[in-house]
Design a protein around this ligand. Structure first.
Ligand code: FES
Length: 154
């Protein structure tokens, strides 16, 4: 099958790889690049488990063609911690028990970090809930997730 060469920055490192023209970023991350932190839930843009940052914006990696990431900056949950230090949002999720099974947690944290960096999104609970509405938690840990996000802001 024909492939396309794509070059982008992944967690601050340059990557160059050949992808199928129809390969989505989620599958390329998990299967070609060995990064399993980005989860596959619905594979249809409805659960948020696959959320990554593309040029700083939260995005569903299951909906994005990998070939469209040419020249972009992609960050996955593996790129949140720096030099062995957990990101404040990761620390806050831990401190607040903001998960039960944990499957949705990487996506939750990627949406949370994006919203905390977005000056267009208000800081009240309603604005945070709205910004997090694309991330489904089947265990229903929403209350602690909201607390964790608001504490990470503080
Ligand atoms: Fe991408 Fe559910 S796996 S939104």
């Amino acid at each position: 099958a024909p492939t396309l060469n794509v070059n982008f920055t992944l967690n601050q490192q340059p990557v160059s790889l050949d992808v199928a023209p129809n390969a989505v970023l989620l599958d390329v991350l998990r299967e070609q690049l060995g990064l399993g932190g980005t989860k596959k839930g619905c594979d249809h843009g409805q659960c948020g488990a696959c959320t990554v940052h593309v040029d700083g914006q939260a995005m569903n990696a299951c909906l994005r063609l990998a070939a469209m990431c040419e020249g972009q900056h992609v960050t996955t949950v593996e790129g949140l911690s720096r030099e062995g230090e957990l990101h404040p949002v990761q620390q806050s999720f831990l401190a607040c028990d903001a998960f039960q099974c944990g499957y949705c947690t990487p996506g939750q944290m990627m949406s949370a970090t994006a919203l905390l960096n977005d000056p267009r999104i208000g800081s009240d609970d309603a604005a945070v809930k709205e910004a997090m509405s694309g991330n489904i938690c089947r265990c229903g840990a929403y209350k602690n997730i909201l607390t964790a996000i608001q504490q990470a802001r503080a």
